[in-house]
Design a protein around this ligand. Structure first.
Ligand code: GRF
Length: 190
């Protein structure tokens, strides 16, 4: 059984979908939810599913290695779902090609520091782009620059608000992220 850790700091709607999807999988399961925010909604979702949680502090995340050893013992693959801190090289080195992220726009556009949540959708709308979407990609040392695994698209309708666009993007994320994780995890351990 391949063990997945989800790193998330928000409400956790993607985390919930991923946990549900792997609920009956013979191949993989969500073993751990990691967050930097003790008040994050995602932690309640983990508790509801009796999944272990780990709260990580900034100092430990960037300068410690104890948590990396714990992760290496406990899990095989890392999925980011709304985790805003940049991933340190030590963690990338410990899980080479085994950390993926989902971004709510079509990278390489609209990526980088501070490009999260509504900032992204507002930038897409302000640009006049007629298409947006989601990008699932590997993590490397730079924000939102790792190799792209998968993209899906949605039209940006004239006059649409960032909130409306966010809703469509979330629907795309929920539809695709669990399936893409499944295929990448499968490939990574074949
Ligand atoms: C998603 O939109 C994802 O693209 C981004 O963070 C958001 C997390 O949303 N990386 P949720 O907490 O899963 O609802």
């Amino acid at each position: 059984m391949i063990k997945i850790a989800i790193f998330a700091s928000g409400t956790g709607s993607n985390t919930k979908k991923v946990i549900e999807y792997f609920g009956n999988s013979p191949m993989a399961k969500v073993e751990l939810v990691v967050s930097n925010k003790p008040s994050a909604g995602v932690l309640q979702i983990a508790k509801d599913w009796h999944i272990d949680t780990l709260i990580i502090e900034r100092e430990q995340f960037y300068n410690g290695d104890h948590y990396i050893n714990v992760l290496k013992e406990k899990i095989d693959f890392i999925v980011l779902a709304g985790f805003l801190w940049k991933i340190p090289s030590a963690l990338i080195d410990a899980f080479p090609r085994k950390i993926i992220n989902i971004h709510p726009a079509l990278l390489p556009k609209y990526g980088g520091k501070n490009m999260f949540g509504n900032n992204v959708h507002e930038a897409v709308i302000a640009s006049g782009d007629e298409v947006s979407g989601i990008t699932i990609h590997y993590i490397d040392e730079h924000y939102d620059q790792g190799d792209i695994i998968f993209q899906a698209y949605t039209n940006v309708v004239r006059g649409e608000s960032a909130a409306m666009l966010a809703k469509k993007i979330h629907a795309l994320e929920h539809e695709h992220y669990p399936k893409v994780i499944e295929s990448i995890v499968k490939q990574s351990f074949e």
